[in-house]
Design a protein around this ligand. Structure first.
Ligand code: BGP
Length: 469
């Protein structure tokens, strides 16, 4: 990879990625319902770094006008956030007018600052009463999500062009139901797949509602719908056995192809479903589901990229909870790690996966919907001007990823833009404010004040010139 400056296309867009639950705060304002993060925070604040729970956000709920001006000043043209289901809807599944007014005001402030808002509908934040009614395993809850999506489309259909049904739909089944990392901490592989299937149906129903409302003139004619996932380019050892390659197939199948097939073909990958069935894992398929899933084809896709998946053949067939094991982690000896987050830094992965999409899904437009680096020592060093001195790691991280993006575009990838995750520091789920991602510091000791970090000038230069030096 060259060290020379590279130039991204003129129509390539730069923006910021964020989510409602990680920025808004105001967790009880506007009659907002309790979501799963509020429920967990209320039950056990100790689970969150420094006991900073879901109430925190980064005060965007009151500072959105200022934040959009900061993004525009950095040369960015767009940002993706999410509507919180628990703020927009009431407990009877109807529009909550106070929540709707909040989002109308927020979108108006973005227009004022010349920032285009991309709207995602679900970022791991189901209202807790729907979780209690069965979550994504329940068809009533899947229908409730479709109603919520339809309500959002109708309410904001004349304001918003870019819509997304879900952020990282693979994380919900994995973190909550398979790996036991997030509330309700289950270790149940089969349940995780039922959840994954329920989310897939919910996605397709939302796309269907979008098409219907758009055809009826209730939404902008130029509106587009997509899905965002954290695709993980899969790798194994250099001299793989058949069993290693089989592990790659299943990890790729569950994490990547599942969603790519759904959003380009309206189907789920048959080889994956077959292998699951051979291991005793069946999906709760009902008559009519095939027709629902077939409506899940989208206009474009968001690709969140943080780290690759390195896997090898599993050492055992079942784990201690009786779940089938399809792959073990492969520790690549050359891996460069972000120690703060425990994630590998492998910029080339963005190119490899881009080329896989170009080969296997050649019609699909996409953008890098999240990429970023969260560092625990971020606020430890300051420049003489008092800015956080993050040049060494943040600039090199983004530069290296953008270089691989540029190469992929040169070789035919249909990548249209790049959103950095957390341009303004925000709340990181269980890590709360442990690792900072921003080009803009949020000072928790001084009322969430914003201050540019040293790297901000570099971002502005890249976003305004499209030259990555
Ligand atoms: C992605 C999520 C974001 C964000 C990011 C960084 O998977 O879509 O919500 O949180 O990861 O992860 P974290 O904040 O846990 O460090």
């Amino acid at each position: 990879m060259t060290d020379q400056p590279i130039t991204l296309p003129d129509d390539f867009f730069f923006g910021a990625a964020m989510s409602g639950p990680q920025t808004e705060g105001m967790w009880q304002a506007h009659g907002k319902l309790e979501n799963l993060w509020d429920l967990w925070s209320n039950r056990d604040l100790r689970a969150f770094h420094n006991r900073v729970g879901s109430y925190a956000g980064n005060d965007m709920g009151t500072r959105y006008a200022e934040d959009f001006r900061i993004l525009a000043d950095l040369g960015l043209s767009s940002c993706r956030t999410s509507i919180q289901w628990s703020r927009l809807m009431d407990a009877d599944g109807r529009l909550n007018p106070a929540g709707a007014a909040f989002y109308h005001d927020l979108f108006a402030a973005a227009r004022e600052a010349d920032i285009e808002v991309f709207v995602n509908l679900c970022h791991f934040d189901m209202p807790s009463y729907l979780f209690r009614r069965g979550g994504w395993e329940s068809r009533e809850v899947v229908e409730a999500y479709a109603t919520y999506a339809r309500t959002a489309f109708a309410e904001f259909g004349q304001e918003i062009v870019h819509w997304f049904t879900f952020n990282e739909p693979i994380v919900e089944p994995e973190q909550r139901y398979e790996h036991g990392g997030w509330y309700p901490f289950h270790h149940d592989f089969a349940q995780a797949r039922r959840v994954q299937y329920g989310i897939s149906l919910a996605h397709a129903l939302a796309v269907d509602a979008f098409r219907e409302l758009q055809a009826a003139g209730a939404m902008r004619p130029d509106a587009r719908i997509g899905l965002i996932n954290c695709f993980t380019p899969p790798y194994t050892r250099d001299d793989p056995s058949e069993a290693d390659l089989e592990a790659v197939r299943m990890v790729d199948g569950l994490h990547n192809r599942w969603w790519l097939d759904l959003v380009t073909k309206g189907t789920l990958p048959a080889d994956v479903i077959e292998t699951l069935a051979e291991r005793g894992v069946t999906l709760p398929v009902r008559a009519g589901d095939e027709a629902i899933l077939s409506r899940g084809v989208v206009d474009w896709l968001g690709f969140n990229y943080y780290q690759p998946a390195r896997v090898q053949a599993p050492a055992r067939g079942f784990d201690e909870w009786g779940n089938p094991v399809f792959a073990d982690r492969y520790v690549w000896p050359d891996a460069v790690m972000n120690q703060s987050r425990g994630w590998e830094i492998y910029p080339r992965g963005i190119y490899d996966f881009a080329m896989t999409m170009t080969r296997d899904y050649p019609e699909l437009d996409w953008f890098v919907s999240e990429n970023g680096i969260g560092i625990e020592e971020d606020r430890a060093a300051r420049t003489a001007d008092g800015e956080v001195d993050d040049l060494a790691y943040r600039v090199s991280f983004v530069r290296n990823h953008l270089r691989w993006v540029a190469r992929a575009i040169d070789e035919g990838a249909r990548c249209r833009g790049y959103h950095y995750w957390g341009v303004i520091d925000c709340w990181s789920w269980v890590n709360a404010y442990k690792n900072r991602y921003g080009f803009v510091e949020v000072d928790l000791m001084h009322g969430y004040d914003r201050r540019l970090k040293a790297s901000a000038a570099w971002l502005r230069q890249v976003a305004t010139t499209h030259v990555v030096a």
